[in-house]
Ligand binder design. Structure first.
Ligand SMILES: [Zn+2]
Length: 410
């Protein structure tokens, strides 16, 4: 393996991934104007349908712009010696490899996030605003960024420092030391995500007393799910789009309903959505996802341990003094086809799990309120009712609306 070969591999991976993603987006966009399936004809009226068409097209064009910009940025950085330049700054600041790595990644990650701010700003305050979704204030936007950066610096920096320390201490065995540490950390974050991370960004409250709570109480008692684990979050702080999710396990498990979901749906529909979320828990999807993500981390770290001592990887990204941090960037790109494949597999399972959770809601509650809730949620988020099957196969974590409704009605 020489560094020119690695350089071209990196170059080709970046370009091929871009071409594939763009081609899929193009195929998907060609189906925007397809006739709406019969079962979904009542989702949109004419005005809403036209609005959904405009929304899809706007996001499609904007997506091409951002992905083209990202590709140009990383190729430019690679070819013009950007990584070497950042490595020099890190070298000139400290003699310690851990500090050098923290500075190197700090500049690259925070730098690329700052460069992308105009795009995220435009997405939120121009596109989402124009279609009536945006509720984010400028203050929230700025505070979110600062909180995300602080978390990245503390958590990302901590993990990076630990990995390099392992590498210095036990050599290539570092991969399974790191694996154990990250697995424990993943378990911890999964358990306490709702208590530690969510409150930084949102307010969560238990369900208010009233007829909805009574209905939910009744359902929860039927299936043996503790009502204390159901919370309402102020999603309306950022967007009118509605959502619900399950997190944690054991004593820390909980279903979180967005306040926007409670506003948009009637009580039976809310219970049906809740039943779907409880289904994810009862069918053990939460545990499956947790353990597969730990396994995939192990795979990545093992492959990293095979590559990390090759100076050619540092040289390939233009850094003439091989280091752990430079090799890590090169490996990150070389690994991305593998993570595309594992992502594909995870999406496949996720779509299976959506059917299982829908079935659970159908068996323990009712199919019809889930059908009408899914239609309302799709209408309110102007979602695409005619996605391309190849696009669904590659990118969708949930089956298309039409397939879920057919399954619920079966
Ligand atoms: Zn689900």
């Amino acid at each position: 393996m020489d560094s020119t070969f690695v350089f071209y591999s990196i170059f080709i991976i970046l370009v091929v991934e871009y071409v594939l993603a763009t081609a899929l987006n193009y195929l998907n966009a060609k189906k925007f104007k397809d006739p709406i399936p019969k079962d979904l004809e009542d989702v949109y009226n004419t005005e809403e349908y036209n609005k959904s068409q405009a929304y899809k097209l706007t996001n499609y064009k904007f997506g091409i712009l951002t992905s083209t910009f990202s590709l140009a940025l990383i190729l430019g950085f690679l070819i013009l010696g950007g990584f070497k330049w950042v490595d020099q700054i890190a070298l000139n600041t400290s003699d310690h490899p851990i500090v050098q790595a923290l500075i190197f990644f700090g500049i690259i990650l925070l730098g690329s996030d700052i460069i992308n701010i105009p795009f995220t700003y435009y997405q939120t305050f121009v596109i989402e605003e124009k279609f009536g979704f945006n509720k984010t204030s400028h203050r929230t936007f700025i505070l979110d960024k600062l909180k995300q950066w602080t978390l990245t610096i503390l958590v990302g920096g901590g993990v990076l420092a630990l990995v390099i320390w392992f590498f210095q201490t036990v050599g290539t065995n570092f991969w399974w030391y790191t694996w154990v540490a990250i697995a424990l950390f993943t378990l911890f974050i999964n358990l306490f995500y709702s208590k530690l991370i969510v409150p930084l960004f949102n307010k969560q409250e238990p369900l208010e007393a009233g007829s909805l709570k009574e209905k939910i109480e009744h359902y929860a008692a039927n299936v043996g799910f503790d009502l204390q684990h159901i919370f309402v979050i102020n999603g309306s702080k950022r967007s009118t789009k509605a959502n619900a999710y399950f997190s944690g396990f054991g004593k820390e498990k909980r279903v979180t309903l967005y306040d926007t979901l409670i506003n948009d749906l009637d009580e039976d529909e809310i219970v049906a959505v809740l039943a779907h979320e409880v289904g994810h828990y009862k069918r053990k999807h939460i545990i499956f996802n947790l353990f597969s993500s730990i396994l995939l981390t192990g795979l990545m770290l093992f492959l990293l341990s095979l590559f990390i001592n090759n100076p050619e990887i540092s040289l390939a990204i233009g850094v003439d003094r091989p280091s752990f941090h430079a090799a890590l960037i090169g490996f990150g790109i070389l690994y991305s086809p593998v993570s595309e494949l594992t992502g594909l597999l995870m999406n496949y399972f996720s779509r299976k799990f959506e059917y299982q959770a829908d079935d659970y809601a159908k068996e323990t509650y009712a199919a019809l309120p889930l059908v009408t809730s899914l239609k309302k949620l799709s209408k309110n988020s102007l979602s695409n009712l005619t996605p391309h099957p190849a696009y669904v196969f590659m990118n969708y974590s949930h089956p298309p609306l039409i397939d879920r409704i057919r399954n619920l009605k079966a």
